[in-house]
Each structure stands twice: as C-alpha cells, then as structure tokens.
Design a protein around this ligand. Structure first.
Ligand SMILES: Cc1cc2nc3c(=O)[nH]c(=O)nc-3n(C[C@H](O)[C@H](O)[C@H](O)COP(=O)(O)O)c2cc1C
Length: 446
C-alpha cells in the first residue's frame, strides 16, 4: 500500500491565532463550551482526520485580562467527544512532572475503554516555574531530571497497562470464576521517582496502551521520543529544518532497535486559507492587526529570561540573549524563535506578528491548492509523515480545511477516502503492543 498522510486536528478554543477571539465571528466563551469542542471533533471526523488533540498545562497560562484563558481538563473533553463521534482518535496532553502514574494510567485506560480504543497521550514534562509553584515547588525542576522522571513514568504506566493479560477475563458463571488471578500481575516497581505495586484497577484496554505521543524537540526530548514515542508533534519553520529533524529522529529510533515507520512525525502548520493568495494574506493581516503587542512582549521577555524593557518593539532582538543550555523551560522552542528572528532580521513587533498564528509553528497563508502543495512537498521530501493542522480560527478554519484541502489531498492519492480502522493505532498504522508480562512468562516457559 502506498504511504498516505496522517492528519491531526490540534484544537484550541477560538483558534490558534492569538487574536482569533477578537474576530466578529468568534465566541469569546467557546473555550468553556463542551459543545464547541464536540462540534470541532465532528468536523474533523467528517474530514477523516486520524485524531483530534488538546494541549494542556496545570497552570493559568495567559493573563486573564488580555484574552480568554482557563480551559477544561482535556481527558474530560475527550470523553465527551468520544460519545458523540465513532472513529476519530482522541489525544490529550498530560504532564509527567505533575501527575502520579497510577491515577493517570487509569484515566487513559478508562478513556480507551469508553472510546472503544481511540485514545492517545501527549507526554509532556511541563516547562515553567508558574506550573511548578502549583505543586509545592519554587521553580521548574531541571530539564534533564524532568525527562528522566518522564521515562520512569512511562515505564511504570506500561507496566500498569500490562498488569492484566488480555485473556484474564474468564466469565464462567457456572463455576463462578470471573477472572483468572494468575493473569493479573502485581509487579512492585521501585525506581528513582516512583514506587508502585500494581496491578491497575482497569483491565487491559482495547488498544492496550494509549498511542504515546511526544512533543519536545531538545536533545533530551528527541532521546525520549526515539525511545517511547509513536507519534511526534513538532514545530519546524523551514523545509530544511523539518527534514533534518525527521531524519535525526528516525535514525535515533533505528539505533534503538525500533522500526522508524512506527514513529510518525507530524510538524505543525497554521493554514490561513483564502479564495486567492491575496485574500489569504489579507485574512492573516487582519488577525495580525488585532494582536496586543505589549502583552506578547512580556511573554517573549519571560521566555528569554530578560526584563521586558530589554525588548524594543521596533528594534531587533538584543545580541546577548541566553544560550539554549541556560534555558530550563522549552529549549527547542526558544531556539526556533531566536533563529526565526535572526534569519529574517525581524523586529520584535514583526516577530510577535509571526508568532501570533501558532506560537512558533509555521503559518501558511494561501489558497487550498497551495496549502495542499506545501503539505505534499514536506510529505514527499522526507520532512513529515503527516501534519498537525492548527487552524488560525475555529471552527471556520477547520471547516475550510476539511471542505477544500482534504478533497485535493484525496484526489492526489495522499489521504484516505474512508476510515479503514476503528482505533487510533489502526489509523496511524501502529501495532497493538505485546504484553510485557505475557512475553516474559512465555520466554521462561521456553
Ligand atoms: C504540537 C505541540 C504541542 C505541545 N503541547 C504541549 C502541551 O500541551 N503542554 C506542554 O506543557 N507542552 C506542550 N508542548 C511543548 C513540548 O512538550 C515541550 O515542552 C517543548 O517543546 C519543549 O521541549 P524541549 O525542551 O524538549 O524542547 C507542545 C509542543 C508541540 C510541538
């Protein structure tokens, strides 16, 4: 079978553009409206997307005065969406720094049962001191330590998901045996960060595990992705950077003995679609003109560890910025933003406009045909297995993509014309994981 695209709809309140809530068409309270998200999931399912995705962080992320802020917990949104859709995959972010494996493994296993095998987990380590301060810490834990903890978190989670054999259920009403206790495993994990006895209080779910997704692109982030991730979300501004990232990550996975095909790489794109290229640019400019630059200047200063006065809106970035090594928050995004500003000699105001669409993800303004062209170019030239579609404005941007871009991709044989599977693993062409306890037992028996 020829290789086809994977499309994930990254959903965010009124859209990914910073100023989308200020458009006449937008409902500024959409972020608190479950029906809004269900409708988006249904539009994406109509477009045969592999999945929808909700980002998250356990902190109030934006200044409440300047934009809608606060959001519903994403696995709850997924559960609601699961009941009103039937095929589309459902991915949510959850932090390994500020959760416990038992509770989180249980939550994802539950959504996998509720959705009939459609859940995915975007594993993040959570940048930012403000989130740390909600969990008894004064500052964000060291970057490397966060990834070490994330690795143990996932190891424990997979033990929990495997703690029931698939055939543990007996269901013999006659003699009164519900499940076979020999097929339910206590494992007594004792590691550096966690002690968990197991077993999980949820039997092995339809997909066995949620699809494991990862979204950090620092050295540690890529190491983690190569070991665990089955899908990788990434922000890449240029085709060359996209290709380099793609090759690097697939090589790392191969070196760890994994099949590189089993790691799907999805860069983000913020499509702004117009009837003509000029119309698309007008829409992009209309949005850029609604950005509040002072607010974004404060955000940038925080990201760069600088006082806000160090950023002159009409000047370029200062020469003496910190190095990526000095950044404990989101390392790869820091580097991407600095490189973008320097490469294109942007003023701070221009940089803010460029980041307004997708916070560092590539914004592309053009016709549906041109959007399909760029997607195809990245896909065929080894920079992507698919895309994270991040509409600037929701729901209209997703509707336009589904109605205008998807048919072009289908005509070109690049995208499915019907769902061929009922699970998220199936959509992404990923195998259902073997059970580590069953495998270990059969090795002993041999
Ligand atoms: C598409 C995408 C979605 C992301 N979603 C989240 C999120 O929901 N929560 C979060 O804390 N970080 C999120 N991130 C950020 C990454 O997980 C990571 O923290 C960041 O890229 C920095 O990682 P690094 O230091 O390894 O580069 C996302 C990144 C990308 C590319």
């Amino acid at each position: 079978m020829s290789r086809t695209l994977h499309l994930n709809a990254f959903l965010m309140s009124t859209g990914h553009h910073e100023a989308s809530w200020r458009l006449p068409e937008s409902d500024p309270l959409a972020h608190m409206d479950v029906e809004h998200y269900i409708r988006l999931a249904q539009i994406a399912e109509r477009g045969l997307f592999d999945s929808i995705f909700f980002a998250d962080s356990p902190v109030l992320e934006a200044e409440p005065g300047q934009r809608p802020t606060g959001k519903l917990e994403p696995t709850i949104l997924l559960t609601a969406a699961a009941l009103r859709t039937s095929r589309i995959g459902l991915i949510a972010t959850a932090s390994t720094s500020y959760n416990d494996p038992y509770n989180l493994a249980r939550r994802f296993a539950s959504v996998d049962w509720v959705s009939g095998g459609r859940v995915g987990w975007n594993i993040v380590t959570t940048a930012g001191a403000d989130a740390a301060r909600n969990f008894g810490l004064d500052d964000v834990p060291d970057h490397r330590l966060r990834y070490e903890k994330a690795a143990e978190f996932v190891d424990v989670s997979t033990k929990l998901w495997d703690s029931w054999d698939d055939d543990a259920y007996v269901g013999d009403k006659q003699i009164g045996i519900h499940s076979d206790p020999d097929k339910v495993h206590q494992f007594d994990h004792a590691g550096e960060f966690f002690r968990v006895a197991g077993p999980l209080n949820v039997p092995r779910s339809p997909q066995a595990y949620p699809v494991l997704v990862q979204a950090g692109s620092s050295e540690d982030g890529k190491g983690f992705a190569a070991r665990y991730a089955e899908a990788v979300f990434t922000a890449q501004q240029t085709l060359d950077d996209g290709k380099a990232f793609y090759t690097d990550l697939k090589d790392r996975a191969r070196r760890l003995g994994r099949d590189p095909e089993a790691v799907k790489i999805l860069p983000g794109i913020v499509p702004v679609i117009g009837d003509t290229e000029a119309h698309a640019r007008e829409l992009d400019e209309e949005l850029a003109n609604l950005i509040l630059p002072d607010y974004q200047r404060r955000n940038l200063a925080e990201r760069f560890n600088l006082p806000v006065e160090a950023l002159d809106l009409d000047g370029q970035l200062p020469e003496d910025l910190p190095l990526e090594d000095d950044i404990q928050d989101a390392k790869s995004r820091f580097t991407l933003i600095v490189n973008l500003a320097r490469r294109e000699r942007l003023t701070v105001r221009e940089l803010i406009a460029r980041l307004g669409g997708g916070r560092g993800h590539r914004t592309f303004a053009g016709t549906a045909e041109q959007v399909a062209d760029t997607i195809q170019e990245w896909f065929v030239s080894g920079a992507a297995d698919g895309f994270n579609i991040m509409p600037a404005v929701l729901p209209s941007g997703l509707e336009t993509f589904v109605d205008q871009v998807v048919p072009i991709l289908q005509q070109r044989g690049l995208f499915r014309t019907e769902y061929e599977s009922t699970t998220l693993r199936g959509h992404y062409g990923l195998a259902r994981p073997e059970n580590q306890f069953t495998v270990a037992e059969s090795a002993i028996a041999r």
